[in-house]
Design a protein around this ligand. Structure first.
Ligand code: ZN
Ligand code: FE
Length: 257
């Protein structure tokens, strides 16, 4: 399974999964149809699935047009998103599995950004390979999504599920927000030397327009404050120790950053 990253709109990424043996493709969160159709043409591949993480327009905007081009394709999304994702055919809940390219992804129910948000996780084939996590707007590189329909306690629970995955998991998040996220991270966790070096790296990459997605979950655990609500440095900066309180204060600060 080869994964292509298509930059669209101002800062979104669509991910196209290509099964080279059968020449089939799937997309995660197609904000727009055109870039997907162009890539499919280039690969000469047939689109068989849309994996949506949540209902926001910058994640489902291309659903209808893609379905018109490929009437047989299957649209997957969370069961709580019933009625909000155009063309949805499969309603997924925690622990369900979806199949593509001979691989099986596990579904996580991760409310917080929206009340219905889900993630798709493809475990590694060989132990030394990377796993692939498609987490929409829940974890970003260096940050997390805003709490539009959920509480800090829910988001802590949701991110805890993802944080339990192996360090060698690639985090395919839906936006290029990394540099700004890391600026905020430094403002609350400035002594963190892993964070400092990541910032330097990302600043250089972005100056050359190099994408910072995917990142590795291990690096997120070390440097992303929204995965570190229980670390002493973040607790101290937020002047709290209870998980949801630390997280809520952190998210509140970021909302006003
Ligand atoms: Zn969103
Ligand atoms: Fe989004």
């Amino acid at each position: 399974m080869k994964i292509y990253r298509l930059p669209v709109l101002s800062d979104n990424y669509i991910f196209l999964l290509h099964d080279r043996e059968q020449n089939l493709a799937a997309v995660v969160d197609p904000a727009e149809a055109e870039p997907v159709l162009n890539k499919l043409k280039e690969l000469n591949a047939e689109l068989v699935a849309i994996f949506n993480t949540h209902h926001h327009g910058d994640h489902v905007g291309g659903n209808q047009k893609l379905q018109q081009h490929y009437p047989q394709l299957c649209v997957y999304g969370g069961e709580e998103d019933r009625g909000r994702i155009p063309g949805q055919k499969v309603f997924l809940k925690e622990g369900d599995r979806v199949e593509f390219a001979g691989r099986s992804a596990e579904v996580f129910f991760i409310p917080g950004h929206t009340r219905a948000h889900i993630a798709y996780y493809f475990p590694p084939i060989q132990p030394e390979d990377t796993g692939e996590l498609f987490c929409g707007d829940t974890i970003f590189a260096g940050g997390c999504g805003r709490l539009f329909e959920g509480t800090p306690a829910q988001m802590v629970e949701s991110i805890s599920k993802l944080r339990n995955l192996p360090d060698n998991t690639r985090v395919w998040c839906a936006h290029e927000y990394t540099l700004n996220n890391l600026k905020f991270a430094l403002s609350v966790d400035g002594e963190n030397s892993d964070l400092q070096s990541r910032y330097t790296q990302v600043e250089g990459d972005r100056r050359q327009d190099i994408p910072t997605v995917p990142s590795l979950l291990g690096l997120e655990k070390q440097t992303n404050p929204f995965l570190r609500w229980d670390s002493p440095s973040i607790q101290k900066a937020m002047n709290a120790t209870e998980d949801a309180l630390v997280f809520g204060r952190l998210r509140g600060k970021k909302d006003n950053f």
